[in-house]
Design a protein around this ligand. Structure first.
Ligand SMILES: [Cu+2]
Length: 256
């Protein structure tokens, strides 16, 4: 009897180890998102900064002196409707070439995803004033008189204005706020979801995400820097137009 039990136990062990060999466990991997930048197809890095050399749809000539923006909650969508939400954020800093590559802080199962998305900026759950010490030390905050929370993007440089003078512009995006009555701030959401489309995740996949900076000035509102170049944070109408123009700035690049 004891011998029979031993044989049974052994065979169970052998059987289960066979099963393990034939059906490997679901494999997880890191995925890195690599943020790349261009002006209507011409690569832009910080090496191209500080020279007036780009032409907007409106015909304004401009330089870029600073570009940084925040993305959050990268989400992997499966064909069955399930999603894997990667809580967290990444401040892409093109000026200093920092955080241009973002490795997901959790591992993702290898496989095909019908869509990979992320939030441009912070949604209202995450946009909590002074909540993130690393962002505070980057001076990424929005003053309380403009609603608090954080910036979504800072794009700055110089342009040639209609008096042929080099003039600074600060294209800062935040949650739209009307602060005409400081005691009764009126808000409109301006964070948005970027859908990259289908991505096949391999082991240590790298996914390129492209931003065409020219799109911020292109449409549906053809941006006029002479009208709107500074003090744009408390400019409710400008913020809504930035939101509209931002819908087409990102696209999926190479996936490896
Ligand atoms: Cu600002």
């Amino acid at each position: 009897m004891r011998k029979l039990i031993t044989i049974l136990v052994l065979s169970v062990i052998v059987f289960s180890s066979c099963v393990e060999d034939e059906v490997p466990a679901l494999q997880n991997t890191n995925v890195s998102l690599n943020f790349k930048h261009n002006w209507d197809g011409t690569t832009v890095t910080n090496a191209n900064f500080n020279t007036i050399q780009y032409l907007t749809a409106e015909g304004d000539e401009l330089s870029i002196e600073r570009l940084r923006y925040l993305i959050s909650d990268v989400t992997f969508h499966k064909s069955n409707g399930e999603t894997i939400v990667v809580e967290g954020y990444n401040l892409v800093d093109v000026t200093n070439n920092e955080n241009v590559s973002y490795v997901t802080p959790i591992q993702i199962p290898i496989g095909t995803y019908t869509n990979v998305s992320f939030t441009f900026g912070f949604d209202n759950t995450d946009n909590i004033s002074s909540a993130y010490t690393d962002l505070n030390s980057e001076s990424w905050n929005v003053p309380m008189m403009m609603g608090g929370g954080y910036h979504f993007m800072q794009l700055e440089g110089k342009f040639i204005d209609n008096t042929a003078t080099e003039t600074g512009y600060q294209y800062h995006t935040i949650k739209a706020v009307n602060n005409t009555d400081p005691m009764n701030l009126v808000f409109q959401d301006t964070f948005f979801t970027v859908n990259l489309g289908e991505v096949i995740v391999h082991n240590n996949s790298s996914v390129d995400v492209s931003m065409n900076i020219a799109e911020w000035f292109k449409g549906p509102y053809q941006w006029k820097l002479n009208d709107w170049h500074s003090m744009l944070m408390p400019n409710f109408a400008a913020q809504v137009k930035m939101y509209d123009n931002g819908q087409n700035v990102f696209s999926l690049g190479a996936v490896n």
